[in-house]
Write a protein that binds this ligand. Structure first.
Ligand SMILES: Cc1cc2nc3c(=O)[nH]c(=O)nc-3n(C[C@H](O)[C@H](O)[C@H](O)COP(=O)(O)OP(=O)(O)OC[C@H]3O[C@@H](n4cnc5c(N)ncnc54)[C@H](O)[C@@H]3O)c2cc1C
Length: 290
């Protein structure tokens, strides 16, 4: 399998990369290449030019502050999984990154690339929805912040405008809050490890032990990952007992209209898996919050 012909650019700066993207119609950013190159080999994608940002300085690395954790778009999945700052401030994200693909994919694939690609079976979109993270995109008019909830528009479709490059991802600092816990679980496809269904859950407990904050997001079932608000509301102000968690998890289906099905898992089975995984993820999140 060979790609169609394309021009190759390796800019030295972000500004130069944005300029080249603006000048070349049908050009694409190349980061880790682990989604784009297979698509090009299958001729599903035939960009006329590639703008390789893989070696741009300042776009990788993880910085923790009181406000949250900022992750450069070129940070690899392996670096996210191994980050001590993230393990402390937002273990849920590191936990999800560790479950992506295999060692090679985690060493080459980048967080920005995964988000821009917006595969419905990818892990980060689900986690970023639950974490209420913010994605920073930079274009010729400067940078803008996009809430994760507004970033993913459809299958392989995002809010990125032509010529924009994802430069960073910011996750709020949940470790500043007492009694917060999170968990990401997925039913992985046995060949690729992509999420047939992935569930991210965050739970906050008050001093009296009742649930003060819940976020539950499900990916892999619908075109974009969704927040399960009915399930979240069901737990609000409740004691996190096994019965209450099961009742809340039973409500995730309400957010999963038009579930996708394929030869591996029907839509109905995906919804069932989401319910089971939501119950397990909430239970683990509550334990961690304690
Ligand atoms: C065998 C295999 C298994 C995998 N398993 C999983 C899995 O279990 N879970 C999972 O979530 N993913 C999985 N992936 C996908 C993997 O995470 C990819 O690395 C990721 O989707 C794309 O990141 P990349 O850096 O390789 O991006 P690239 O392939 O370089 O680019 C992907 C797309 O994003 C665009 N792009 C890249 N970076 C930016 C940027 N900063 N700003 C704007 N646009 C950008 C490109 O133009 C392209 O359209 C798997 C991939 C493979 C090959």
């Amino acid at each position: 399998m060979y790609t169609a012909e394309f021009d190759y650019h390796r800019p030295a700066t972000l500004a130069e990369a944005i300029k080249i993207l603006g000048k070349n119609k049908n050009s694409k950013v190349l980061a880790g290449g682990h989604s784009l190159l297979p698509a090009m080999k299958l001729r599903v994608a035939e960009p006329a030019a590639l703008v390789d940002i893989g070696r741009l300085k300042g776009l990788s690395g993880i910085k923790a502050s009181k406000k949250g954790v900022k992750i450069g778009a070129l940070t690899t999945h392996a670096a996210v999984a191994a980050s001590k700052d993230l393990t402390k401030a937002c273990p849920l994200l590191a936990e999800a990154a560790a479950q992506i693909g295999d060692t090679q994919v985690r060493n080459r694939g980048t967080m920005g690339g995964s988000l821009a690609h917006a595969d419905p079976a990818a892990d980060y979109p689900t986690v970023l929805m639950a974490l209420e993270a913010v994605i920073t995109a930079t274009g010729k008019n400067g940078g803008r912040d996009i809430a994760a909830a507004k970033f993913f528009k459809d299958i392989f479709t995002t809010a990125l405008k032509s010529g924009e490059i994802i430069t960073a991802i910011t996750v709020p600092a949940y470790n500043n809050l007492p009694h917060m816990g999170g968990c990401y679980l997925k039913h992985r496809h046995p060949a690729s490890s992509y999420a047939v269904v992935g569930v991210a859950a965050m739970v906050g407990l008050g001093e009296n032990g009742v649930v003060t904050r819940t976020s539950i997001a499900v990916g892999g079932v619908t075109g974009v990952a969704v927040r399960c608000t009915a399930a979240e509301k069901a737990l609000a102000g409740m004691a996190p007992t096994a019965e209450n968690i099961a009742a809340a998890a039973a409500k995730v289906a309400a957010a999963l209209g038009h579930p996708m099905g394929d030869h591996y898992a029907s839509g109905e089975y995906r919804v069932h898996l989401a319910t089971v995984l939501a119950k397990r993820a909430l239970t683990a999140a509550v334990e961690r919050a304690k």
